[in-house]
Write a protein that binds this ligand. Structure first.
Ligand code: ZN
Length: 291
């Protein structure tokens, strides 16, 4: 299980949320048979979504992060609930690219740096709230930081990382989000920036054995940090035959009529290996419920 911790500075000016999402990123890699760079891209987005999910206020809230870049992966999508449980996929999970000159996986090039970054929050209202910004780099953490600054006007520091071992498995994955609360003045911003100036990558901290709470303290060395809450999350798909039926019904009469000509229609879940099969007769039964 992934572990998430939220902590607050004792002056009430800074909140930080940190996660060890190793299990989530590895499950995503196995589920989608991701290449190395795709494991990093999807793992980062899932971690960001999980962190942001954990920040939602109500248990039934959920959010979707969608990166529409011009890179070979095509769109990358992650959906999280308010506990930080998350699922995701990308159009092409098999992209292979050379490493960057600094030896890192070239997530920005795989995803693309031209396009949009969407945050869709379903807060139980009539319409979901949608925030959209232009992609900054396609490296995900920078795009998320920009989203918070531009769309939500919250000064934010975000780091996301996925470290692969030599076999391509996820060795460590995690992330943190630091946000200044409205009470924070300019000196607080300086103290936060100073504290993270020489911070090693999040995956290095995890490899050193730091827990999410340790990371909360480590990224805010100039503050006394107290834990607010903690939780566990996992890669989890909530698809069901009922949901697939509803989706088929909403695809409309024409689409269903066409499907009914095939003896068996197979619907593959985007997020998990589940396959749902419908006979021609079952499709015709759904057609009766469609408008
Ligand atoms: Zn599924």
């Amino acid at each position: 299980m992934a572990k998430i911790v939220r902590a607050l500075s004792d002056d009430g000016a800074v909140v930080v949320i940190a996660e060890d999402s190793t299990d989530i990123a590895e499950t995503a890699r196995l589920t989608h048979d991701c290449s190395r760079v795709c494991t990093a891209a999807l793992g980062r987005l899932l971690t960001g979504a999980s962190l942001m999910g954990f920040m939602l206020k109500n248990v039934d809230d959920s959010l979707t992060l969608r990166v529409n870049g011009d890179g070979e992966t095509g769109a990358v999508i992650a959906v999280a609930d308010a506990a930080g449980n998350v699922k995701g996929y990308m159009m092409n999970p098999h992209v292979e690219l050379p490493l960057k000159p600094n030896g890192k996986l070239d997530v920005g090039r795989a995803v693309g740096n031209q396009g949009t970054f969407l945050v869709i929050k379903d807060l139980g209202l009539k319409e979901p709230s949608v925030g959209q910004i232009p992609l900054v780099s396609g490296e995900i953490a920078e795009d998320l930081t920009s989203y918070f600054a531009v769309s939500e006007q919250i000064p934010t520091v975000c780091a996301l990382g996925v470290l692969l071992d030599t076999e391509g498995k996820v060795g460590k994955a995690g992330g943190f989000i630091i946000q200044l609360l409205p009470t924070a003045d300019d000196t607080v911003i300086d103290r936060v920036e100073e504290g993270i100036r020489h911070l090693p990558p999040i995956t290095t901290l995890l490899r050193e054995g730091l827990t999410p709470l340790d990371i909360c303290k480590r990224v805010l060395p100039d503050f006394n940090v107290e834990m607010l809450d903690e939780g566990e999350a996992e890669y989890r798909c909530d698809c069901s035959r009922e949901r697939v039926e509803r989706a088929l019904i909403s695809s409309g009469i024409d689409a269903l009529r066409e499907m009914s000509e095939d003896p068996i229609t197979e619907v593959h879940c985007h997020f998990c290996p589940s396959v749902y099969r419908f006979t021609s007769k079952e499709i015709l039964d759904l057609l009766k419920k469609a408008k």
